[in-house]
Ligand binder design. Structure first.
Ligand code: XMP
Length: 517
């Protein structure tokens, strides 16, 4: 961390990550630290400014989280948002009350006086639309503070101590419903903290390459598991740029990938980039172990264990490798810090199949651990990876095995691969691929009667699924036109032998999950 970083102390708001994303979008590097972690240590690294996030608690209870004293002793600007504003006020000698004036949703505030926080974007006396979500409110300001904006429900909607450069807002500038919220964050970072908007993917790439070289040293060798997905691909390319031939990629091909994916990985990494690549073709082994297994969790376990076994065996052949690359992303990092005692409520329990064997004793190289998913894509483009790979939808580690409810066979896999390819081809042709978070076909263990030509058919049912989402935690059904769906259905039934009926899954998450198993 440095004078070019904003430290965000996370009190558990559902939208804390948005603060980081908004600032990164305008070229400001940010790091999020759960309030339960060592705040003083992070502040000692001298960030240019500190943001205190919102959170679900009430500062009127004594046992709720607070900003460390180091935050207010650092002499850097501080912006408190919602709970962050309230704890700042309470800690600096003001008063916060729980009360009747709860506000949720859109609200209008009036700007009381000009402030560098508002700069030219929100002139004095103007009315601005913001997004509120609070039960408690500030009732008395600490010494040195004054009101710079107010609303009916929140007389202290925005407050400032311009001398100490402390600011507090009751509303959430990071959500899109606060019109001009980004301008406010920009003013805080650029004018108040004196930062430059210099953070970019090109800068990240150079910095990450330097860091990999430093960590691995002049002789070190790295193993990287490739899955065919965006994260491991971008990690591999970056490490290859940093240390060249001292990177070996291991691609465990479990035979559960989509059509053409295995070939693409081998040709792109092995041939195009010339990265030493071990291609462990093991579909028979995986299918053998999966024979007769229908339970989804058992499938996951079998695949996970076989994957690790093979990965272990293959990487043992790479002499002198001391490092293992992983495509860990920033949300995983935040989640794992939170899981160790944080104040978020939801924790995702999916394990990627690339999961790390605990006894491998390899040091981790994680060049993406400070990035969000869309930033990894931007970095992939910056590194010249093909768009088809960079913008690829997320794909689960156990692959098609969890898209065939019931027993998996070679035949069913072949049918599903073809149906899925037709569906995705139509989505791409219609220009809809990038609007969708995930789209895929599922092969149901059900046969139904149909009529094809003059003959009766008795074949499998294929379900289509497409959802929009921002993180996979919740999802909405993608609203295709019926004409699009009927076109896909016609093509699949005509082109894919073994399927005679198509359904579209219209369940959102919750209550459904994205995958069928
Ligand atoms: P669900 O089905 O839980 O999926 O709504 C949410 C996201 O996670 C992916 N997913 C998995 N990814 N291993 C993975 O690596 C798994 O076992 C697994 N199960 C689901 C799913 O594709 C979606 O993006």
């Amino acid at each position: 961390m440095s004078r070019q970083t904003i430290l965000i102390i996370d009190f558990g708001s559902q939208v804390t990550q948005l603060i980081a994303r908004r600032l990164r979008e305008i070229g400001i590097y940010t790091e999020i630290l759960p309030s339960t972690a060592n705040q003083a240590e992070a502040v000692a690294k001298q960030p240019a400014g500190i943001i205190l996030s919102g959170g679900p608690n009430s500062v009127t209870s004594a046992d709720t989280p607070r900003a460390d004293e180091a935050v207010f002793a650092a002499g850097v600007p501080v912006l408190g948002i919602c709970y962050g504003q309230q704890t700042m006020v309470a800690q600096l000698g003001g008063l916060v009350e729980s009360g009747n004036s709860r506000e949720f949703g859109r609200a209008e505030i009036t700007i009381a006086s000009s402030s560098p926080l508002f700069a030219n974007d929100w002139p004095a006396a103007s009315a601005q639309t913001v997004w509120m979500s609070h039960g408690d409110h500030v009732a008395e300001l600490p010494d040195g503070f004054s009101v710079i904006a107010s609303s009916k429900g929140a007389p202290f909607a925005a407050i400032a101590d311009e001398t100490r450069r402390y600011y507090g807002v009751q509303f959430h500038p990071e959500v899109v419903h606060t019109e001009g919220g980004i301008a406010l964050l920009r003013n805080f970072a650029l004018s108040i903290c004196g930062m430059e908007a210099s953070w970019s993917m090109a800068a990240y790439r150079a910095q990450a390459i330097a860091q990999i070289r430093e960590q691995v040293g002049p002789e070190g060798r790295v193993i990287c598991g490739l899955s065919g997905g965006v994260d491991s691909s971008v990690a591999a390319i970056l490490i290859h740029e940093a240390i060249g031939e001292r990177l070996t990629c291991v691609f465990v091909d479990h035979g559960l990938l989509r059509k053409g994916e295995a070939e693409e990985v081998v040709s792109l990494f092995g041939k195009h980039y010339n990265i030493p690549l071990i291609h462990a073709e093991a579909s028979d082994m995986f299918l053998g172990r999966l024979a007769g297994v229908s339970d989804p969790e058992q499938k996951r376990k079998i695949i996970g264990n076989a994957f690790i076994e093979l990965f272990d065996a293959e990487s043992a052949k790479i002499e002198g490798a001391r490092f293992l690359a992983q495509g860990t992303l920033y949300p995983d990092v935040i989640e794992s810090i939170s899981a160790a005692g944080g104040n978020h409520v939801t924790i995702k329990s999916h394990h990627n199949v690339g999961g790390l064997p605990e006894d491998m004793k390899l040091e981790l190289v994680e060049p993406l651990r400070m990035l969000f998913k869309d930033e990894v894509r931007a970095l992939g483009r910056e590194c010249g990876l093909p768009e088809s790979l960079v913008s690829r939808h997320p794909f689960p580690g156990p692959g098609l095995a969890i898209r065939i409810p019931g027993e998996i066979t070679k035949d069913k896999l072949a049918i599903l691969r073809e149906a899925d390819a037709v569906y995705l081809d139509e989505i791409r042709q219609a220009g809809l691929y990038d609007e969708i978070w995930q789209a895929f076909a599922v092969l149901l263990p059900v046969k139904t009667v149909g009529v094809m030509g003059d003959a009766r058919s008795y074949e499998y049912v294929c379900a289509l699924r497409a959802v929009t989402s921002t993180d996979g935690m919740t999802a909405d059904v993608y609203p295709f036109d019926v004409s699009f769906l009927t076109k896909v259905a016609t093509r699949i039934v005509n082109e894919v032998k073994g399927v005679n009926r198509i359904t579209y899954d219209i369940t959102s998450k919750p209550p459904g999950t994205i995958e069928w198993e």
